[in-house]
Design a protein around this ligand. Structure first.
Ligand SMILES: NC(=O)C1=CN([C@@H]2O[C@H](COP(=O)(O)OP(=O)(O)OC[C@H]3O[C@@H](n4cnc5c(N)ncnc54)[C@H](O)[C@@H]3O)[C@@H](O)[C@H]2O)C=CC1
Ligand SMILES: O=C(O)C1=N[C@H](C(=O)O)C[C@H](O)C1
Length: 261
């Protein structure tokens, strides 16, 4: 069985992930971590009363060994968490957003030194992975593009990791260009959204939403819109399970679930 630790286990994604790990016969939950936890064992939580899994609320006090460290925490914590996991030879499987390019470079270096597989996935949902691939393909032919991401109103970061990654993938293949009227002027600041390499990214936050993205392409007298919707956090779980199963066969840190599919 693959031994798993879930960091951020009390959060929206952490709870769904903890349940998935407990239900999957290939996985064994050997520890959970959250800085906000007050319990010593997960069985103090009514929903998990028949389980026996230690709870940690400080990184340095984590004294168990897992094969895989799953991280769904917060942008401000993920870098230190992943460095810790790698130093203890636990393969990181990370959904938390907010890692910078410099962070990624350092984590890749550490994984290589440790000869340890790991995955950072901006999105574990297959619909989002496909959307990013289709968008990258489309941008070769329709370079005028705007991205709209829509999320629940508890989300901390904007734009979403998925939207930023979509823009990065598109930027790799499209001719650099600044879109819109060169003389355009915002009469309300922010009206044109965030700018990434000439593309605009718009972030919507509303109750009732989970995670959604539209990529809009415009051409001469035509347009193409690509959209994906995660209506439920269960949509991310098959991607997380694939990553946990396969990451032990790798010896480097990968970015993007498509590398394991
Ligand atoms: N890659 C993907 O497919 C997905 C990624 N996400 C990302 O995952 C992250 C978590 O999202 P949610 O579960 O919605 O957030 P959440 O706010 O519900 O959960 C975060 C949890 O982390 C805990 N936490 C805070 N600091 C911590 C630390 N230093 N160490 C351990 N735990 C800590 C909090 O107490 C909280 O319980 C976000 O960055 C989000 O963008 C969310 C959904 C899918
Ligand atoms: O915070 C979320 O909910 C999500 N975060 C990730 C992101 O920022 O792209 C993945 C998904 O969009 C859900």
């Amino acid at each position: 069985m693959i031994k798993v630790l879930v960091a951020g286990f009390k959060g929206r994604m952490g709870t769904t992930t903890t349940n998935m790990i407990l239900e999957n016969p290939l996985f064994e939950l050997v520890g959970v971590y959250s800085t906000s936890a007050t319990e010593k064992n997960i069985n103090e939580i009514a929903e998990y009363k028949s389980e026996n899994v230690p709870v940690f609320n400080e990184l340095e006090k984590i004294n168990i060994k897992a094969d895989v460290w799953i991280d769904f925490t917060i942008p401000g914590a993920v870098f230190e968490n992943v460095k810790f996991a790698i130093s203890k030879h636990m393969s990181p499987v990370v959904g938390t957003t907010g890692l910078t390019e410099d962070n990624l470079t350092e984590l890749k270096k550490l994984s290589k030194l440790e000869k340890l597989g790991g995955l950072i996935a901006p999105n574990f949902g297959i619909s989002a992975v496909l959307l990013m691939q289709f968008a990258q393909q489309t941008a070769k032919y329709l370079p005028d593009v705007e991205i709209i991401e829509m999320h629940h109103d508890k989300k901390l970061d904007a734009p979403s990791g998925t939207a930023l990654n979509t823009a990065k993938l598109i930027a790799k293949v499209r001719q650099p260009k600044v879109q819109g009227n060169p003389n355009e002027r915002e009469t309300l600041p922010g009206a044109r959204g965030a700018e990434f390499e000439g593309m605009r990214i718009h972030s919507v936050r509303l109750p009732g939403y989970v995670a959604h993205e539209q990529v809009l392409f415009g051409g001469n007298g035509e347009a193409l819109t690509i959209r994906q919707d995660s209506f439920d956090r269960i949509s991310f779980m098959s991607g997380v399970a694939v990553a946990v199963e396969k990451i032990g066969t790798r010896e480097e840190l990968l970015v993007g679930l498509e590398n394991l599919l």
